[in-house]
Design a protein around this ligand. Structure first.
Ligand code: ADP
Ligand code: MG
Ligand code: MG
Length: 879
């Protein structure tokens, strides 16, 4: 087996692009060498060796030693230096490199090959003793830390003391003699801590470093990083061994990092930092303040120290040529590491650069315009979830602000709403259509439903990676975390800040982009979906097959959805309309009525209200399909639960308090999710669905551009249920059409949210004209997991790998997905033109959308702010 791939100096084992085998760094070092860029020669030990090493009880596979020796011989051949040679010693770096970059997770050793003898050779051959001893002290320090696992603080302290004793400020002020002394101290430190002298045998050094790179793959921090980023443990890391080039050889030498375009804005301008007379990590370690790469950037920042463009014009010009070559070769923005040794440029790394969402859009659109990539590739380049950063409202900069305090800008966007102190209240108030801000000391998984219901989240404790911050970013909710000056009194439902007191229900505004917390409602501006965003979305729409609709139940949400490009409404939940303060009494009267006559009397009061709702939505959705779900939740959700509220509610509804209590206890259910809800309500109280259908048809008839209402019956499990409910709807339709002397087109269909419905889809499709997969409930009923109770254990399930991701966030394709496939296939069998869509949270999740495309669904429906994400994800799925 080939364990070692060589690169540089005209020798090429063709590792280019093979990231799985050579890791990202190795594959691209080989790639850069292959296109003739100046890369110090070296070789890569494959990731397979790492996997074998762990499979064999931490032993290297047979034959590796020989191949590594050949690799070293290759470097010696190209450089004309010899490893361990006392006169002209070869030094190498030993660098880790997994398939995907794991920043800061694994370690690198530089200047390997130095010992008490070769350091003298290096001093003589370079003619620079200071440089030789500086390299040796760096090597001992890194080796002790990375390979021997000794505490690096002791070495840093020794360095600081050496400078202080001599009245120096910078590392570069240390002279050769100072460094010789320091090396002596370092060696004593190693011997004291490790119990053995610092290894002088260069081959022992090499294998020690190789072993350390492999060991770093199984380090705790690497494991945590892999878990957080879903990187499989069996990928392993490669090891790159490469001739050293030196940026610490005086003022004509330097080291730096750069991006070929600005990673924050995407602007097509070189961006980076460099340091003269420095090595490796110095730039990022913050030992000295790095200098700008370009003159323009230096001038813009008003900085004095010369830019690389000014200080080293020739090396800079060469670097600029390399940038262009790399972009043309890799056809993407590159993140680069380089070193200049006595005026000569060397390339040490290149990879696709991380970037903000804004930059990702600009770079994709610009590169397509430059002809570097196609429009389809541009569409594929942008992570749909990253758009979230751009889709949120921002505060109107003109509007006055009454700032209470400032926390961390944990999740972008601005939101105003009423203060609530617990998740249940957040959910309840949101259901009534009120905007709320959830204010907590800190959040925990039990708060998820409240975070979801809230417009924004504010916490007193916790950083940028706290639970609140991470979850809020995932949900796209603005969040300010760690606002330490907040004093929250949960029992009294009070918030004290800056000498002021706010109570539950008071309105505040948070700005997740700045961390500001303000009293009152500050007006917000909707994001502008023009420019690069508009262009990319246009290209995406050109590549997409599935339609994208929105879940919306108010004209405002419907308008937001339209602005974001929704092509209809996929789910309009009618129960939300019943919570409105002006209607809840009529709803309660309906529930409390003794017989059908009483119910009809109450429903008659609701009819005009409900008709108004639909007119509002239909106007916004002019002519587009609108799927309306008839009443779904169990009736007890509309009755009060707090003893304190009973008297008032009873009085408003005009019944005795005892009647109200008795009815509430009659409606009590042990398992409401599986109880008297969905079409079961319509079966027992057909007059409710009749009123809703009538409101829909009256609204549609009242408008010049009639939409195509798609009336959706929830929680159907049998053909007969749907048949009965369809009759109710049809009767209402005919009655309205007769009264209005006008007919409109409409469809009656069902949600598929029970396993039985999926399995019996052929029969159900004989009656229903469309299916909408209600994947929230379908996931609950298939997994037997209640979404509201799942937070307590689901993280452990994801942690232990039982489910790869939260099945309520990303569709359980293996399980629930099968039911969707069965239902789609069976539905099409009896009704070939059946319309298929998905509503539910998964309609806005890119992985779930990819599954919908595969299954051939006609549309996905997502919450308004997710519509652009869904458009892009649907396009990517189709490409
Ligand atoms: P990381 O993956 O943490 O970036 P690297 O393997 O890229 O680690 O090494 C860190 C730094 O060490 C590089 O940025 C580079 O400046 C320096 N370095 C690595 N190999 C060499 C080399 N052969 N010659 C000079 N500097 C090197
Ligand atoms: Mg690097
Ligand atoms: Mg449902």
């Amino acid at each position: 087996t080939q364990y070692v791939y060589r690169f540089g100096g005209g020798v090429d084992d063709k590792g280019e692009g093979n990231k799985n085998l050579l890791g990202g760094k190795g594959a691209n070092l080989d790639g850069m060498a292959a296109i003739g860029l100046p890369v110090p020669p070296g070789f890569t030990i494959t990731t397979e060796v790492c996997t074998a090493y762990y499979a064999n009880g931490e032993a290297f596979p047979d034959g590796l030693t020989d191949q590594v020796a050949k690799g070293i011989a290759h470097i010696e051949g190209v450089t004309g230096k010899s490893f361990g040679d006392p006169a002209n010693p070869l030094l190498v770096s030993v660098r880790s490199g997994a398939r995907v970059s794991m920043p800061g997770m694994m370690d690198t050793v530089l200047n390997l090959g130095l010992n008490d003898v070769t350091v003298e050779g290096l001093a003589a051959s370079s003619g620079d003793a200071r440089f030789a001893w500086d390299s040796y002290r760096r090597f001992i320090q890194m080796y002790a830390d990375v390979v021997l696992g000794l505490d690096h603080h002791a070495f840093e302290d020794a360095l600081e003391i050496a400078k202080e004793d001599r009245g120096y400020f910078l590392d570069t002020e240390l002279q050769a003699n100072d460094l010789i002394e320091l090396v002596g101290e370092y060696k004593s430190l190693v011997e004291a801590e490790w119990g053995k002298p610092f290894p002088q045998d260069v081959n022992e050094q090499l294998w020690g470093a190789v072993g350390a790179v492999f060991a770093s793959w199984e380090s705790d921090r690497a494991k945590v990083y892999r878990r957080l980023n879903s990187i499989p443990g069996d990928w392993g890391t490669a090891v790159n061994v490469q001739a050293m080039v030196f940026g610490n050889m005086g003022d004509t030498s330097a080291t730096g990092v750069a991006f070929t375009r600005d990673p924050a804005t995407g602007e097509n301008a070189y961006y980076g930092e460099y340091l003269i007379n420095a090595q490796g990590e110095d730039v990022v370690a913050g030992i000295r303040t790095p200098q700008y790469l370009t003159k323009a950037a230096r001038e813009a920042a008003g900085a004095k120290p010369l830019s690389m463009e000014e200080a080293m014009p020739e090396a800079y010009a060469e670097l600029a040529r390399v940038f262009d070559t790399l972009e043309r070769h890799y056809r993407d923005m590159q993140d680069i590491e380089f070193t200049v040794e006595r005026g000569k440029l060397w390339m040490l790394q290149t990879r696709s650069g991380k970037r903000t969402a804004k930059a990702a859009l600009k770079i994709a659109v610009d590169m397509a315009a430059e002809g570097l990539i196609s429009q389809e590739e541009a569409v594929l380049r942008v992570d749909p979830m990253a758009l979230d950063q751009l889709l949120h409202p921002t505060l109107d900069p003109q509007a006055p602000r009454d700032v209470l305090t400032k926390g961390l800008p944990a999740s972008p966007g601005a939101a105003s709403g009423k203060i609530v102190f617990d998740a249940d209240t957040a959910e309840k108030w949101n259901d009534r259509g009120e905007a709320v801000i959830l204010v907590r000391v800190e959040t925990s998984p039990e708060d998820i439903h409240g975070m979801h219901a809230a417009r924004g989240i504010l916490t007193a404790r916790g950083g940028m990676t706290s639970h609140a911050a991470v979850v809020a970013r995932g949900m796209g909710r603005p969040c300010v975390s760690g606002a330490g000056s907040l004093a929250i009194d949960n029992a009294a439902k009070l918030l004290r800040v800056s000498g002021r007191e706010l109570k539950e229900g008071d309105i505040i505004t948070i700005d997740g982009a700045t961390g500001e917390v303000m009293a009152g409602a500050v007006p917000t501006l909707q994001p502008e979906l023009v420019g690069d965003f508009g262009t990319l979305m246009e290209w995406a729409d050109g590549s997409r097959r599935m339609k994208v609709r929105a879940n919306a139940e108010t004209p405002l949400d419907a308008q937001t959805a339209r602005d974001f490009g929704a092509e209809g409404i996929g789910l309009c939940r009618t129960e939300h309309m019943f919570f409105d303060a002006s209607r809840i009494t009529a709803v309660r009267q309906m529930i409390l009525a003794e017989d059908e006559r009483g119910r009809r009397a109450a429903l008659d009061k609701l009819l005009p209200e409900q008709r108004k709702d639909f007119i509002g939505i239909f106007e916004v959705m002019a002519g587009l399909p609108v799927t309306i779900r008839l009443l779904d939740p169990p009736l007890h959700e509309f009755l009060p639960t707090q003893e304190a509220d009973f008297a008032e509610v009873a009085e408003a509804a005009g019944v005795g308090i005892e009647t109200l209590k008795q009815r509430a206890s009659e409606l009590h259910e042990f398992n409401p999710m599986l109880g008297h809800r969905g079409c079961r309500l319509g079966v027992t109280y057909p007059e409710i669905y009749e009123m809703q259908a009538r409101a829909i048809f009256e609204a549609a008839c009242a408008l010049p551009t009639a939409p195509v209402p798609e009336i959706m019956i929830p929680l159907v499990g049998t053909r007969r249920e749907l048949e009965l409910m369809k009759e109710v709807v049809e009767k209402a339709a005919e009655a309205v059409f007769a009264e209005q002397g006008k007919r409109i087109d409409y469809l009656v269909g069902t949600m598929i949210e029970l396993p039985r419905a999926a399995l019996m889809a052929d029969e159900i499709a004989e009656v229903g004209a469309f299916f909408s997969f209600g994947t929230n409930d379908l996931t609950q009923t298939t997994l037997g997991v209640s979404r509201d109770d799942a937070a307590r254990f689901l993280i452990h399930y994801v942690d232990k790998g039982i489910y790869a991701t939260d099945p309520f966030v990303s569709l359980d394709v293996e399980g629930v997905g099968q039911l969707i496939e069965i239902a789609a296939t069976k539905g099409r069998k009896t009704r070939p033109d059946i319309k298929l869509g998905i509503c539910g949270e998964h309609g806005g999740d890119p992985a779930s959308i990819a599954f919908c495309e595969q299954t051939g669904l006609d549309y996905v429906s997502a919450s308004p702010y997710r519509v652009p994400i869904a458009r892009l994800a649907a396009a990517q799925a189709a490409l």
